[in-house]
Design a protein around this ligand. Sequence first.
Ligand code: FES
Length: 105
Amino acid sequence: MMRIKLIIQVKKIGEQMAKVRFVGKGLNKVINIAVGTLILEGAEEQGVELVHGCRYGACQSCFVEVLEGLENIDSPNIKIFNGVKNVQTCISKIKKDGYIIIKVN
Ligand code: FES
């Protein structure tokens, strides 16, 4: 049976978006993610597959490095490894419009 995945993106008038660049592991892609959207879900909706597991903050497999724009992310769990700030994409939301650079691990 053939499965068809249909993704419809609707940008509401006046909706605030952050520009998010994903880099690392052969990835270099910029997408817009709406304020209030989980990073993992926003990425998936636009074809960016990120490593993840539980999707609720427990397994910690979804940590990514935030190289720029941490102030534009609302995250309940920010960890610093070797001076670089890391967040979990499954529980971190876009807080405001701006520019974010995320390095996938
Ligand atoms: S997917 Fe498990 S903590 Fe994010």
